[in-house]
Design a protein around this ligand. Structure first.
Ligand code: NAD
Length: 448
């Protein structure tokens, strides 16, 4: 198929490169000229495992990028909308969605070929058949269902494993306004034999995406609430508590003669300093706000969000239990990315932690193997020291706060060994064995 994709962020570029790899002809569209140039030069605009190799193999052949949306739509049968949908001013901000829909609508004006527009961004239920349909119809002068098709096909990728997620999809959700629109979305995924497909109306497809993310966020905040109680009571280690929970037959299947199999949901039932990134925080808030606006308040999700917002401060509190006055103390923060294997720092728990340390007068050094270059954007010029290596980041530290589960941080105990006085390690991910360093404090344990 000939496919245009509007927006070349995490979702747009991964979808584009993977569809091209599977034989579709893809044109990626972005307002950002530098991203377009990089893509055309075969350079990945984001850090994502496997993306550079795959992009190189399709750039200039089955995939190209442009800032000219009108030409891209004219050359395609299907246009996917993959622009950002931030949370702003107490609700989802749909300005980029509306702008793209209007631009696509204008591109369709005067054309006669049937074209299908598909929303791939995460949007609150009702957006595709409401705002998007209206914008397309007004600008194109054509009727949805007759002049053009319309649908919603949510993206479920996890940053850091996005290519793998695309190739081994667990489900394909097809939310079309009619059979012809559904068929066009279905055709995009030709070759994904055996992957379960859910066909629904666009609002249901939109809701599937939110319900999926809300479940994961709830699992995280549930565990963090348990962890905070364990830490407060003392003498209980949340890691062991959750090990016991994970072994429940609802999460772990143990069949005679076979290795036990634990459901991946258990990864979200682990204590930490809270969820971040470009999806869970904004999606939970957007859905709760959408519920409230139609008179169906979402108390559970509001609490999930409140627990998450408060969680990074727990790390600073653990530090202060040992070091009440942080003025002038040298604290190293390990990890800026909201999770390992990505350079995405949106809504990272590192941000509130560093801000609270700076407000308390600490001298902060940060280190992240991939996202370190974004420290200045996050915190402003000169407010924190940015270390070039893990070893350098620890050299002067009196305390270390671990935020991101980068594999490299497993070397922290080895690098701190023998130091006198021993720096305190505050483990925000419970990835280091408490006994592996001389001074340890962790979420859901308190000081060990
Ligand atoms: P992003 O912010 O990384 O990228 C959006 C891109 O769209 C930017 O490059 C921007 O320049 C471009 N853009 C904005 N308006 C445009 C316009 N009118 N015309 C052309 N280009 C335009 O966003 P993202 O992380 O890829 O997320 C996109 C959507 O997908 C969001 O709704 C998000 O919630 C959803 N989503 C994201 C992920 C993820 O892991 N990042 C996973 C699933 C779903």
């Amino acid at each position: 198929m000939r496919v245009a994709i509007v927006g070349t962020g995490y979702v747009g570029i991964v979808t584009g490169v993977c569809l091209a790899h599977r034989g579709h002809d893809v044109i990626c569209v972005d307002l950002d000229r530098s991203k377009v140039d990089r893509i055309n030069a075969g350079e990945a605009p984001i850090h994502e495992v496997g993306l550079p190799e795959r992009l190189k193999s399709v750039a200039g052949r089955r995939l190209r990028a442009t800032t000219d949306l009108k030409a891209a739509v004219a050359a395609s049968e299907v246009t996917l909308i993959a622009v950002g949908t931030p949370f702003a001013g107490g609700a989802i901000d749909l300005q980029f969605i509306e702008q793209s829909a209007r631009d696509i609508g204008r591109a369709l004006r005067g054309t006669t070929d049937y074209h299908v527009v598909v929303v791939r961004s995460t949007v609150v239920p009702g957006t595709t058949e409401g705002l998007v349909r209206r914008a397309l119809e007004e600008e194109s002068g054509r009727q949805s269902g007759a002049g053009f098709g319309l649908g919603m096909n949510p993206e479920f990728l996890t940053e850091g494993q996005a290519i793998e997620d695309f190739e081994s999809q667990d489900r394909i959700v097809i939310g079309g306004i009619d059979a012809r629109s559904c068929a066009a979305i279905d055709a995009l995924y030709e070759g994904f034999d055996g992957v379960p497909r859910v066909q629904a109306n666009p609002a249901t497809a939109e809701m599937i995406k939110y319900a999926s993310n809300a479940l994961l966020a709830t699992a995280i905040s549930f565990t963090n609430e348990m962890a905070n109680l364990a830490g407060t009571l003392g003498n209980i280690d949340i890691v062991n508590v959750m090990r016991g929970v994970h072994l429940s037959r609802y999460l772990t299947r143990a069949e005679p003669g076979k290795a036990p199999w634990t459901a991946p949901l258990a990864n979200f039932l682990m204590a930490g300093c809270g969820y971040g990134g470009s999806c869970l925080p904004k999606d939970v808030k957007a859905l709760a706000s959408a519920g409230a606006s139609v008179g169906s308040p979402m108390r559970l999700l509001e609490t999930v969000e409140a627990i998450n917002t408060a969680q990074p401060a727990r790390l600073v509190a653990l530090l202060r239990d040992e070091m009440p006055d942080l003025k002038g103390r040298r604290v190293t923060v390990l990890g800026l990315a909201f999770k390992q294997d990505t350079d995405d720092v949106r809504e990272t728990p590192a941000r509130p932690v560093v801000e609270q340390l700076l407000a308390a007068g600490a001298a902060v050094t940060v280190y992240d193997p991939i996202a370190g270059g974004q420290a200045e954007t996050l915190f402003g010029k000169g407010r924190v020291q940015v270390a070039g290596s893990l070893q350098a980041s620890l050299a002067e530290a009196e305390a270390v706060i671990l935020i991101t589960r980068w594999a490299e941080f497993e070397r922290v105990p080895q690098l701190l060994a023998g130091r006198s006085p021993a720096p305190l390690l505050v483990d925000g991910r419970r990835m280091i064995e408490p006994g592996a360093v001389s001074r340890y404090a962790g979420i859901g344990l308190g000081a060990a």
